[in-house]
Design a protein around this ligand. Structure first.
Ligand SMILES: C[S@@+](CC[C@H](N)C(=O)[O-])C[C@H]1O[C@@H](n2cnc3c(N)ncnc32)[C@H](O)[C@@H]1O
Length: 358
């Protein structure tokens, strides 16, 4: 959406549950400062999910030396090593936890349920993150408005949550919502607060727990990770688009692992670079393809596949502008090779679904 367009809020009805008088009431209405006086040096998610949280923050914070606010922070802000922080302000309620936060360059003890007006000037943060805590906000609309005020134009507010809560302090509407509804709820906070671009969502669920997790024997999947994020309106229209890269993107795959994956293609038909299923593709009848004597190949059409993504840069460095390549698998010869593509759309006409050409 362009920054000049007016947003249409007609979809947000005043019947929405967020306008119910008790929507943000809690079982324990006592002072938050007292509840959070007790240090909780615990992990609120399992290790797989924590890595996903880092991955989300690492993908969405694209500034080279960002100024970040961790809103409702504890002892860990989940900042990946790839982020070269200029400044990280950790705002929360427990002094010892904040002091132990290795990423924080500043700490602020502040109760945003008492006073949602945040103690910062306008337009100073590149990113504000709020991890597994939005469910404790009793005045989220005011807080989201404040976050919009203190973000730089084009800066991003990343709200990450899962399915665990302190039931006595979580607000009623959160507890009464299922996981999908919670995501819609957070999107509604963005919309009603105003001044943000359209919120987008990332979801990771069903991933295996780490082998040393104490619950691994139960077979329960890793904690789900939801992220709803939106940029403040008014950013440079030519700025790079923020997006959560697929999990595993950028992971270094060892030569041995790559060989194992390539040997398995025959059975799995999965791209060894990104793990996506390759698509059956009809070899076209043109002079460039005469040397391929089989009728079908398999090609990875995942636009996020690192092989294809890096291909643009690799070809460019060799003087071939505007070309990348996709991974092609020849089932007759059990061989992988690159096939050049001038655009993401290229070759897609030959994709076969259920033996029918698209
Ligand atoms: C579940 S912990 C999450 C901590 C941290 N964000 C993380 O990812 O590990 C909830 C945090 O919210 C903070 N918090 C709760 N109520 C708050 C309030 N009214 N004002 C500011 N911070 C609050 C607490 O200090 C606590 O650290």
């Amino acid at each position: 959406m362009s920054t000049n367009e007016k947003r249409d809020y007609s979809c947000i009805s005043l019947d929405s549950p967020i306008y119910r008088p008790d929507a943000f009431s809690r079982l324990d209405e006592s002072d938050d400062a007292v509840f959070y006086q007790k240090d909780r040096f615990v992990s609120h998610l399992d290790e797989t999910a924590l890595q996903t949280v880092k991955h989300v923050i690492g993908s969405l914070v694209i500034e080279s030396e960002p100024v970040i606010l961790d809103l409702m922070a504890g002892w860990d802000s989940h900042i990946p090593d790839s982020i070269n922080l200029k400044r990280l302000v950790a705002l929360g309620l427990n002094q010892k936890e904040l002091e132990a936060n290795a990423d924080a360059t500043e700490t602020v003890i502040y109760d945003l349920n008492k006073v949602p007006a945040l103690p910062f000037p306008d337009d100073i943060f590149d990113a504000v993150v709020c991890t597994v805590s939005v469910d404790y906000m009793t005045q989220p609309l005011d807080v989201f408005k404040e976050v919009q005020r203190i973000l730089k134009p084009g800066g991003v507010f990343i709200v990450i949550f899962s399915n665990r809560i302190f039931p006595e302090k979580a607000v009623k509407i959160w507890k009464e919502s299922d996981e999908n509804e919670r995501s819609i709820l957070v999107q509604e906070f963005f919309d009603v607060a105003g001044g943000f671009e359209r919120p987008r969502e990332f979801v990771s669920m069903g991933r295996p727990r780490p082998k040393d997790d104490k619950y691994v024997m139960t077979g329960i999947a890793s904690d789900p990770v939801y992220a709803v994020f939106a940029e403040k309106q008014g950013g440079d229209p030519c700025r790079p688009r923020r997006k959560v890269l697929p999990l595993g993107y950028g992971e270094k795959i060892s030569k041995e692992e790559m060989e194992i994956r390539k040997k398995r293609i025959k059975d799995t038909l999965q791209c060894p670079h990104c793990g996506e299923s390759m698509k059956k593709w009809k070899v076209p009848e043109n002079p460039f393809c005469y040397t391929w004597d089989n009728e079908f190949m398999y090609i990875c059409f995942n636009d996020e596949c690192p092989y294809y993504v890096k291909g643009w840069e690799h070809m460019y460095s060799q003087g071939n502008r505007g070309v990348s390549y996709r991974l092609m698998y020849n089932p007759e010869k059990d061989l992988c090779s690159p096939i050049p593509v001038p655009s993401p759309r290229a070759l897609r006409d030959g994709i076969i679904v259920d033996n029918v050409a698209l």
